[in-house]
Design a protein around this ligand. Structure first.
Ligand code: CP
Length: 316
């Protein structure tokens, strides 16, 4: 594997999941493939889980990792090709990225969408500039339209929690939120579940929240959450802003918040969320505090997902 930007970079998802589960059982493995290597973690947006889990993963492999918060610690970056830099940006990615390529062996980049220009966001313009100019492997720490480390983690977590000889029913359900959020986690989850091919997959959301078909593929779409939740084995709760009415909030309907009462219709479903979560807005506190919630196990698995990906890149 050269770069890790989406499910398309992974030839065999189950092999990567098993590698991650192997690291969970034996974190430092039989040999440290990252000894003498250095990873740069570039954040253009905030993070807790991605930043810390990737640093721990790198350390488990014997790698050094250095975090650089671009907006806070560094010069503001310019990305436009022919920009006349007489405004607020100080350094062009054409200089910054190759310099990072000299300092590091692997580069992780987090950059959120602006949620204003759909074409620009979905072209993955910003992370692709780092791929183009750094000259080293790039790992997405969440990009404008996808969050692959999260989705790999989600499949690891489903695999750990489902031992039956049938496909699990997995429901991704939209939830209300106070802010307009990216579609990244939902897009990415759909892309990975479809590429994995080992779940019956339903996406539930209010009308107007349809995701890009290129990620949802043949997933069943339901506008009725109660209907979608019937017999679910896993319920993945997540808010996203509208894709069609790009970046806008079309509903804040509190009836879409997941509660214990709604879980009665499921097959005692495990409840997932990528975190951070707005308690009693997206998910009721009783669900988060209850036995069905696996959100902390899920977040813990971020380490093993990152470690499996870094190990593949180092060995590849
Ligand atoms: N789930 C996730 O990516 O969390 P952070 O934003 O804290 O990294």
């Amino acid at each position: 594997m050269r770069n890790f930007l989406s499910a398309e970079d992974v030839p065999n998802i189950n092999e990567l999941v098993q590698k991650a589960i192997g690291f969970k059982a034996d974190p430092t493995g039989s040999k440290l493939s990252g000894t003498g290597k250095r990873m740069g973690l570039l954040f253009l947006n905030p993070s807790m889980r991605t930043r810390l889990s990737t640093q721990i993963a790198a350390s488990n492999l014997g790698m050094e990792s250095i975090v650089f918060n671009v907006g806070q610690d560094g010069w503001s970056l310019e990305f436009e090709d022919e920009a006349i830099m007489n405004g607020t940006t100080v350094e062009h990615v054409k200089e910054a990225a190759p310099i990072l390529g000299k300092y590091f062996d692997v580069l992780g980049v987090r950059t959120f969408p602006g949620l204003k220009d759909k074409a620009e966001d979905y072209s993955e313009f910003f992370i692709k500039q780092f791929v183009k100019y750094s000259g080293i492997p790039v790992v997405s720490l969440e990009s404008a339209s996808l969050h692959p480390l999260q989705s790999l983690t989600d499949i690891i977590t489903i695999t750990e929690n489902f031992k039956e000889k049938r496909k699990p029913k997995v429901v991704l359900t939209w939830a209300p939120h106070v802010k307009a959020l990216p579609q990244c986690v939902a897009n990415s989850f759909a892309q990975w579940i479809n590429a994995w091919g080992e779940a019956d997959f339903v996406i539930a959301h209010p009308e107007g929240y349809e995701l890009d078909k290129k990620f949802t593929g043949n997933a069943a779409i339901a506008y009725d959450q109660s209907y979608a939740l019937k017999e679910a084995d896993f319920v993945y709760v997540k808010n996203w802003s509208s894709y069609s009415d790009y970046g806008n909030v079309l509903s804040t309907d509190a009836n879409w918040m997941l509660t214990n009462e709604k879980l009665f219709a499921t097959n005692n479903a495990k409840v997932m969320h990528c975190l951070p979560v707005r308690r009693n807005v997206e998910l009721s506190g009783e669900v988060l505090d209850g036995a069905n919630s696996i959100v902390t196990q899920q977040a813990g698995n971020r380490v093993w997902a990152a470690q499996a990906v870094l190990s593949e890149i180092l060995n590849g």
